[in-house]
Design a protein around this ligand. Structure first.
Ligand SMILES: [Zn+2]
Length: 483
């Protein structure tokens, strides 16, 4: 049978997308897979040998948790198993009918004429779109096409939550912003683009980070939320706030060449936590900033989100409720998996344990930010960029080790010796264990792992550069390209 390996786990499966195994049951097929690739085992199973909570396994299109024999379900050679880790978007099921605006102006009649002649939209549907209030979390990769198409389609009120500034590295995918917008608030840049597309749309800007304190207050004035966030704490926050507010959550997420989309938190449909009760530990799933993303991918997924939003408003078609759409743009294949509402779900189940918003940073295992940066993390002293600069300028004998990938080194570097993190175990002999070494990567995560590895292997004078080359660019030398 075939086992589909998702992109984030392919490095541990000899870079293969599909592995063939022969086994009588799901559990034995997974055992055959992990005996072939022992590194994969650590990512799929806990130390007690249980499948990790942020990994789902599907036999064809069914989650194995809902099969009669679960992991011991029998399999045939023609079956396929898919490993789906969380990736750090008539009358629809359980969606209340939307309000309608009273009239369309002559200008709107002309603008929306191709909608008006579609029986599935018509004047009735266009009046619903005009009355609709849609909240988009993020004006980035997914938020750009999402808000542009919703504005063009005539959604009357678009709320956007974002507090970022446009950077040059955003432009390859965030097509709502232009080159001259670099340095501007994303909200202002997005507002200008959306008003240029359709001045009839009311834009409501929330220049803030979405938090447990403000989420319910912001959500209460909207009918639908579209989640375009790129991090797990906000994704769980959006999910829980949607469930608690009774607002559908049109979800998408992206990573490198792959995307997922679904509609969560409708009255009878599953929520994100039914799919992934717990987030992956910090650092295990790389973000787009670390792992990269094909520029067009958020375009594709953002438009899928916009399509689902419009269908929910119109009350037309079959929404992605209870279905997880998977897009693999390299193979250009779309697959669909069934999602079920989990009666034991901590937030939308029959006896919920989450009845108000919690601390999502803590839930996702992210240590609280203190005013003072941590001096030591897991036994590794942290060096601030300014301190490294001072010591380099003073001509001190420091060895700078860069554990990023060669293509990152080609974009920006601070004169470090390059050994990518994954090569470090084989190439550790290139390093002098007696010398004082400062390890850096892009943002400080990979270099922390490298520093812990070196410390465990007898190196005595290891520091991690806090915040990586990004912090160096911000605090020491802005000529070093941020990417
Ligand atoms: Zn749920």
């Amino acid at each position: 049978m075939q086992i589909h390996i998702p992109t984030p786990l392919r490095p541990y499966a000899n870079k293969q997308a599909v592995v063939e195994v022969s086994a009588p049951t799901v559990a034995q097929a997974l055992a055959a897979l992990t005996s072939q690739f022992p590194e994969l085992r650590k990512h799929l199973y806990t130390e007690e040998g249980k499948l990790r909570a942020f990994v789902n396994v599907y036999l064809n299109d069914e989650d194995i948790r809902y099969l009669d024999h679960k992991e011991n379900a029998p399999v045939k050679d023609s079956d396929s198993l898919s490993i789906i880790p969380s990736i750090a978007g008539g009358t629809p099921v359980g969606v209340a009918p939307m309000a309608k605006a009273a009239t369309l102006t002559p200008e709107e009649m002309g603008r929306y004429s191709r909608h008006l002649i579609l029986p599935e939209v018509g004047e009735e549907g266009q009046l619903k779109l005009k009355a609709a209030r849609v909240l988009c979390i993020g004006a980035g990769g997914l938020g750009a096409p999402l808000t542009m198409y919703l504005a063009a389609a005539g959604v009357g009120t678009l709320g956007i939550v974002d507090f970022d500034v446009v950077e040059a590295s955003n432009l390859h995918r965030q097509v709502i912003h232009g080159t001259s917008d670099v340095g501007r608030a994303k909200l202002d840049s997005a507002e200008d683009s959306l008003k240029a597309i359709n001045p009839n749309v009311k834009i409501v800007k929330f220049e803030t980070r979405l938090t447990s304190e403000n989420a319910l207050k912001i959500f209460k004035d909207f009918d639908i939320v579209a989640d375009g966030t790129d991090n797990f704490p906000t994704r769980y926050l959006v999910n829980d706030a949607c469930v608690l507010s009774g607002i559908p959550n049109v979800y998408a997420s992206i990573f490198r060449f792959e995307g997922q989309a679904s509609v969560f938190a409708t009255k009878d449909g599953p929520c994100y936590r039914c799919l992934y009760p717990e987030p992956p530990p910090p650092g295990l799933v790389p973000s787009c900033a670390e792992g990269g993303v094909l520029g067009i991918l958020p375009g594709l997924l953002g438009i899928i989100q916009a399509t689902e939003v419009i269908k929910l408003v119109l009350g037309q078609g079959e929404p992605l409720v209870g279905r997880l759409l998977l897009a693999d743009t390299l193979a250009m294949r779309f697959r669909e998996l069934k999602l079920r509402k989990n009666a034991d779900c901590p937030v939308c189940g029959t006896h919920p344990t989450v009845t108000k918003l919690i601390d999502y940073e803590q839930f996702c295992g992210i240590p609280p930010k203190s005013a003072e940066p941590a001096a030591v993390v897991n036994g590794v002293p942290q060096m601030q960029p300014v301190e490294l600069k001072r010591r380099m300028d003073a001509g001190e004998d420091l060895f700078v080790l860069d554990v990023r990938e060669p293509y990152e080194f080609a974009i920006a570097q601070i004169g470090g010796h390059l050994i990518p993190l994954n090569d470090l175990p084989q190439r550790v002999r290139e390093l002098d264990a007696g010398r004082e070494i400062v390890v850096h990567c892009k943002a400080g995560g990979r270099s922390q792992k490298a520093a812990e590895f070196l410390t465990q292997n007898g190196f005595k004078h290891i520091h991690n550069l806090a915040g990586g080359i990004t912090a160096w660019s911000e605090k020491v030398d802005p000529k070093v390209t941020k990417y």
